[in-house]
Design a protein around this ligand. Structure first.
Ligand code: HEC
Ligand code: HEC
Length: 379
């Protein structure tokens, strides 16, 4: 609210309050001259007027509401709300903060969330034989609170948080076999994720399929947890300015030649050879996609040798990708859903994914950069 409107409302409500108080006092003070029979001498249609005191209950209510008005101003940010927070407070995030409709909402969300997390611990974690997660979750919540509250958080705190998150992965694996957890997880997925990944989690152009064994950032429970907590941004720069349109065409031809969908394409072998040279320059494509072009989960660069495409594997789409670059954004969920719901979602995604054909990736550590071989050969 601007200062003008806040003053406008403040002055109007104060004037209204003062006016009512003044009228009441005036009426109370007013003593008309009485006739000998105790009436004021006024007669209306044969009815005589007395001067009786106002009823007590009425006065009590009237003065009561005037006092209530003042109390309201004192307790709530009603007068010049920018300058007066009011005495009323609520608890948010373990701290006592001035009342505001926003803080009240946060406070209520927190207590509702507590109902959810208590239920999660007692009815899901305990029954899925994963109670051990409780203490990890508590430590994690403490670390996150420190992160939120300190203006200059310790430099390595985020790394410690990421590590704690990864420690939840064995429990996520357990939850992924628990029907109750999966039921809640699937509902959370429909509410939060299906807009982008589809209600069957099979994805769409630009949104990865989560049910296969092809992963941009790794399909281990710990990888999925990290993806959900922090979000991901795929960074594939535009190449036209660097390698020119001819370069784009050549390297696209090379990409088609190594991909799993080259059938039906009449490839220009001179361009393929030129493209291969560009691809393998140490600061070009190999940097992120790896020397075998099978992608790297540390950079989120996809495997280019299979027939699974994020944006499309036809000649024109590959050229588009190279000309203008791509930057798919997976939002972060930690602040929106909290650790418990993320565990359920990770368990659900883990349960959907095709794990049978991915034995080699088992070895890949989750949060650290992983060289191409382990993750990629599995795709
Ligand atoms: C606004 C759209 C959007 C929403 C909503 C969204 N995602 Fe994503 N997600 C993406 C995009 C885009 C990517 C790929 C990022 C990239 O291109 O680097 C992605 C990537 C992922 C990955 C990594 C896939 C891989 O191959 O490594 C997982 C796992 C995932 N999302 C799960 C979820 C879950 C679970 C939710 C719900 C809590 C969700 N996403 C909600 C857009 C979204
Ligand atoms: C800085 C790292 C990086 C470099 C360098 C890089 N890429 Fe990428 N590339 C990515 C990432 C990350 C994605 C996924 C983008 C997204 O998720 O939105 C991608 C996506 C692609 C795609 C789309 C694949 C699909 O499934 O639709 C193609 C094709 C591709 N890159 C080819 C190349 C070629 C050819 C080069 C060299 C000229 C190159 N990339 C250089 C990181 C890189």
């Amino acid at each position: 609210m601007t200062f003008f409107w806040s003053s406008w409302i403040t002055i109007l409500s104060f004037m209204c309050w003062a006016f009512i108080l003044a009228i009441l006092l005036m009426v109370l003070k007013y003593k008309p001259k009485l006739e000998e029979d105790g009436t004021t001498g006024h007669t209306y249609d044969g009815i005589q007027e007395y001067d009786k005191p106002l009823p007590k209950w009425w006065l009590v209510i009237f003065f009561g509401s005037i006092v209530w008005g003042v109390a309201y101003w004192v307790f709530f940010p009603a007068m010049f709300p920018k300058h007066w927070d009011g005495l009323a407070t609520v608890e948010v995030d373990g701290e006592t903060v001035p009342w505001s409709s926003k803080n009240e909402l946060y406070s209520e969300l927190e207590s509702n969330n507590k109902v959810f997390t208590d239920n999660f611990e007692q009815n899901i974690l305990a029954k899925a034989d994963a109670s051990g997660a409780t203490s990890t979750l508590a430590t994690l919540a403490d670390m996150q609170a420190t992160m939120r509250h300190s203006e200059t958080p310790p430099a390595d705190l985020q790394a410690q948080i990421d590590e704690k998150v990864a420690e939840l992965s064995p429990y996520v694996e357990k939850l992924s076999e628990n029907p109750n957890a999966l039921k809640v997880g699937s509902r959370l997925f429909l509410q939060n994720c299906s807009v982008c990944h589809g209600s069957n989690a099979k994805g769409a152009v630009g949104y990865p399929n989560l049910t296969d064994n092809d992963w941009l950032y790794g399909g281990e429970a710990a990888n999925i947890l990290t993806t959900l907590h922090n979000g991901r941004v795929g960074g594939m720069a535009a190449w036209r300015d660097q390698i020119g349109e001819d370069g784009v065409r050549a390297v696209s031809e090379y990409v088609l030649s190594i991909s799993g969908n080259q059938e039906g394409y009449d490839l220009d072998q001179t361009m393929v050879a030129q493209g291969k040279v560009i691809f393998n320059e140490p600061t070009n494509c190999v940097l992120c996609h790896g020397s075998d072009a099978k992608g790297m989960i540390s950079t989120g660069a996809p495997n280019l040798t299979d027939d699974i495409w994020l944006y499309g594997g036809d000649r024109e789409t590959v050229r588009e990708t190279l000309r203008y670059g791509r930057a798919g954004v997976m939002p972060e969920w930690q602040t929106k859903l909290g650790n418990e719901r993320i565990m359920l979602l990770a368990a659900y995604v883990y349960s959907l994914s095709d794990r049978t054909a991915q034995p080699a990736a088992k070895a890949s550590p989750a949060t650290t950069a992983v060289p191409v071989t382990a993750a990629a050969t599995a795709n």
